[in-house]
Design a protein around this ligand. Sequence first.
Ligand code: CU
Length: 164
Amino acid sequence: MKTIFGSALAMLLTMVFSLTRSSAEETQLAEMRLYPPTTIEWKAGPAALPPSARMAVLEGDPTKEGPFVVRFQFPEGYHVPPHTHPKTERVTVISGALYLATGEALDRGSAKKLPAGSFGYWPAGMKHSAWSEGETVIQLHGVGPWQINYVNPADDPRNAKKSL
Ligand SMILES: [Cu+2]
């Protein structure tokens, strides 16, 4: 009897365990996102960036609290005037090249070139500007909300829209 009871219990436990495991796996699968390049959905960039950028949100929501991953695609010569962010900025260059210059006035001579494959981060409040060489894709990751504040308010495309 003991043996039969014991093996019945073992079977039951095995069933319960495998059910639990498969529902955990289902939850994990439901939360998984894979983005081969052709499946990335590009949309118009945010109003806070100069026009002609495109943007793809890969994880989270950069307008909200919490972790996010987004990509920006810039055409050749795209330029983001001197600005700051309220949180650390973390940039991976996926393709093309990004030039980064620090300081509150644009100084192209002091810029660092970040070719495809580069990663960099800089602290909240650091004044910097950036521009692309060739069509360029960068990936930002960090903790939202993502915001950009231009050193010169006239550079802010959101102000340009208001005055139209
Ligand atoms: Cu920036």
